[in-house]
Design a binder for this molecule. Structure first.
Ligand code: NDP
Length: 508
């Protein structure tokens, strides 16, 4: 992989491309300074170095971005599907060309290991291409009525200006889940990335510009929660699509609900990953590891409650601890690194405190990684941590930790597994590991979650819909379902006869 060179101050060069430290706002196709010219730093969680400066948008900047998106809507909604597809495919090609650069920047910004950010960029490209394929296939229906003189059809129309608010854990992937269907269906957008990791969203806006999207179709405003508040407390937008914490999701639902603005909310989870005694245990071990230690556990779909059948509990736990104790921590930019730091200081402190406050047995944790951690003092590293056995009703088993901390919970039989799996306010995802196909489908039927994986975990596809049940949110991302989230149905009824209607009765 090409190296990033720090040439002076906060200016870097990567494969001949200079990465400048200060990012402005992207409004109406222009890079603008914020009205108040306030900035905040982006901090690399591996070494705590400030490496980019991001603009704190003011309320006026946010309103300007909404205005630009609103003006662009009339134009963009009338660009035909063929042309929208062309632009989305051009953009996907440019994104592909820039994927190594963007993956590197994302790893610098949030500490996620390069092997994952590279995969995520590929997935993003695939997603834009998937939705490009739908731009000219957003069909309505013709609906036969009782009266043959009436011709009735429906159309799916775009909503208008959509606010896309994203989190720091996977900025490009999460944005893609929203931006690709929103643009494919003819909406215009104002994006607000997390203040903790805004760089790749801003870099993506440069590529949007290069691809030739009309000015104002995509706008990016950066800054903290105040920007999100300004963006969601208005009736000048038609929808908010949000990924982040459940508590923030509730605030957004309340704020936007006051103006009857629609929401798609992709929130937190505490997903059960269930290992039955008849599972392929080697595969299940790898799945348990991927579920919680991939992305340092900072993923809404983390398999953070590992339910293990009592008959195999001890031996499975021993093998899991042995495997997890070999995880290589390190610089996210190095290919051999398996786990990087957590994304920011706030998250680091929250997780450390949760582990300290936990009164039960820690079977793998800090003491087992002292040597490795000794070399990595400047980074926000939480080592792979396994707590076992954990009571399913305890606070640690019920609250989202968003870090590499696994609660291992024994269960007796199928009914007990289902009951424990569902005993949570969340309903985002679940894993089932068994070689018994009947049992797999029975359990999949009974689990209250939007995504069920059987004999796999954290596997995604552009075609497969994703979204939570219960407190994990509502609405779907990816797949054809996502198109419905960004369109509204219009019904058109046409009288084909010349008969005069009776003005004093409803006609059918
Ligand atoms: P938040 O939910 O606070 O933030 C997500 C996004 O919402 C950010 O862009 C944030 O801005 C913005 N935001 C914050 N407050 C408001 C508001 N009132 N109105 C509109 N937008 C707002 O997540 P955090 O990043 O603080 O993480 C907190 C917890 O959320 C994590 O510990 C984890 O449990 C969970 N989480 C879940 C994710 C998921 O994938 N479902 C992803 C990330 C976090 P800003 O941060 O810039 O202030």
């Amino acid at each position: 992989m090409a190296k990033i060179f720090n040439i002076f101050g906060n200016v870097y060069v990567f494969k001949g491309v200079i990465i400048i430290d200060t990012y402005n706002l992207f409004i109406n196709g222009e890079w603008r300074k914020g009205k108040k010219e306030e900035y905040f730093p982006s901090v690399n969680p591996f070494n705590q170095k400030e490496w980019a400066k991001i603009t704190q948008a003011s309320a006026e900047d946010v309103q300007d971005a909404i205005e630009a998106a609103d003006k662009a809507f009339e134009l963009w909604r009338n660009v035909n599907g063929k042309e929208r597809a062309k632009l989305l495919n051009t953009f996907a090609n440019l994104l592909e060309e820039n994927s190594e650069r963007l993956a590197t920047l994302e790893s610098l910004d949030n500490g996620k290991v390069i092997r994952e950010t590279l995969t995520q960029m590929k997935f993003a490209v695939r997603n834009y291409r998937f939705f490009a394929g739908y731009t000219d296939k957003i069909y309505g229906k013709t609906i036969p009525l009782d009266n043959n003189d009436l011709f009735n059809y429906t159309k799916r129309e775009p909503l208008g200006v959509v606010a896309l608010i994203t989190s720091w854990n996977s900025p490009i992937s999460i944005l893609t889940n929203k931006l690709a269907p929103a643009l494919a269906t003819g909406n215009t957008v104002v994006i607000k990335p997390s203040e903790q990791a805004s760089v790749t969203t801003l870099e993506l806006a440069k590529i949007i510009d290069e691809a030739g999207f009309p000015s104002g179709v995509v706008n990016v405003v950066t800054g903290d929660y105040r920007v999100g508040n300004e963006l969601t407390q208005t009736d000048r937008i038609q929808k908010v699509s949000f990924t982040g914490g459940t508590e923030t999701g509730k605030i957004i639902a309340k704020n936007s609900g006051a103006n009857l603005i629609k929401n798609t909310l992709e929130l937190g989870g505490k997903s059960p990953n269930i290992i039955f005694e008849d599972a392929n245990l080697n595969a299940a071990l790898a799945g348990a590891m991927a579920g919680i230690f991939g992305a340092s556990g900072q993923t809404c779909i983390a398999g953070s409650r590992l339910l293990v059948q009592e008959s195999i509990y001890e031996s499975f736990l021993d093998q899991l601890v042995a495997k997890a104790s070999n995880i290589k921590l390190g610089n996210p930019l190095e290919k051999e690194t398996e786990m990087g730091p957590v994304a920011n200081e706030k998250q680091f402190k929250i997780i450390q405190n949760l582990i300290k406050e936990y009164g039960g047995k820690v079977v793998l944790g800090y003491k087992d990684f002292e040597d490795q951690l000794g070399q990595l003092k400047k980074g926000y590293f939480i080592p792979p941590t396994i707590l076992a056995p954990v009571d399913n009703e305890s606070t640690i088993a019920q609250n989202e930790i968003f870090g590499p901390v696994l609660c291992v919970i024994p269960f007796k039989d199928e009914n007990d597994a289902v009951q424990k799996a569902n005993q949570t306010k969340f309903g985002l995802a679940a894993g089932i590991w068994t070689e018994n196909v009947k049992k797999a489908h029975r359990v999949a039927n009974r689990i209250q979650a939007g995504t069920i994986w059987v004999n796999t975990y954290r596997t995604t596809a552009a075609q497969a819909p994703f979204g939570g049940f219960k407190s994990s949110g509502y609405g779907k991302e990816r797949g054809v379902e996502a198109l419905y989230e960004y369109t509204q149905v219009k019904n058109v009824m046409v009288n084909l006869s010349d008969d005069q209607r009776d003005p004093f009765s409803i006609q059918n």
